[in-house]
Design a protein around this ligand. Structure first.
Ligand code: ZN
Length: 182
């Protein structure tokens, strides 16, 4: 519990100036908290290192934290999972997205769990808090891409895979219906 709250504190400070992309402009920290909540709801026996890594999953990518810093504050296991799920921001966006598909099959099971829950949360936002300025083509494209990233991660959690499928189906139904009405 202590380690988990320490990770929430660390991530909240790291993301303090960031907001989610939706119109609600939610504090960014709501996202990693949702990701770790999804994991523990679907896989209640998940090790605390993985839940901490879920809370910290964007601090290298978005906040410039380093693997060594996380290892020093937490432990090597947490740091390695966070590093595994961090995109290389030096690469252009399209390349980063392609890399996520390429690397997904080679992730550790712990990283796959974080990756899967991350996509459940992000695809869910396409219903509840759609990124400002995104059109339906981008939204449906995102769902399609997320499915490709998730495919090799599914075996680590049936519960999260089912949630992903249900949400992807709802997002498609909602946005395709919108298209039909235009
Ligand atoms: Zn995320």
């Amino acid at each position: 519990m202590q380690l988990l709250l320490k990770s929430v504190d660390f991530a909240a400070r790291a993301h303090r100036d960031q907001r989610r992309k939706g119109p609600a402009q939610e504090p960014y920290i709501n996202h990693p908290i949702e990701v770790s909540r999804l994991i523990v709801e679907c896989e209640p026996d998940t090790h605390v290192d993985i839940l901490c890594a879920a809370i910290l999953h964007d601090v290298i990518e978005d906040c410039g934290a380093t693997r060594d810093e996380i290892a020093a504050c937490f432990n090597d296991a947490v740091a390695d999972i966070v590093l595994e799920v961090s995109d290389d921001k030096a690469l252009p966006r399209d390349e980063r997205k392609a890399m996520q598909i390429e690397t997904a099959p080679h992730l550790s099971d712990a990283a796959k769990l974080v990756r899967l829950a991350d996509k459940v949360a992000n695809v869910g936002a396409m219903l509840t808090d759609i990124p400002v300025g995104w059109d339906e083509r981008q939204i449906l494209g995102y769902v399609h891409w997320a499915e490709a990233v998730v495919a090799p991660c599914r075996a680590v959690s049936n519960g999260l895979s089912d949630r992903f499928d249900a949400i992807a189906r709802d997002v498609r139904a909602f946005h395709q219906q919108e298209k039909a009405e235009v």
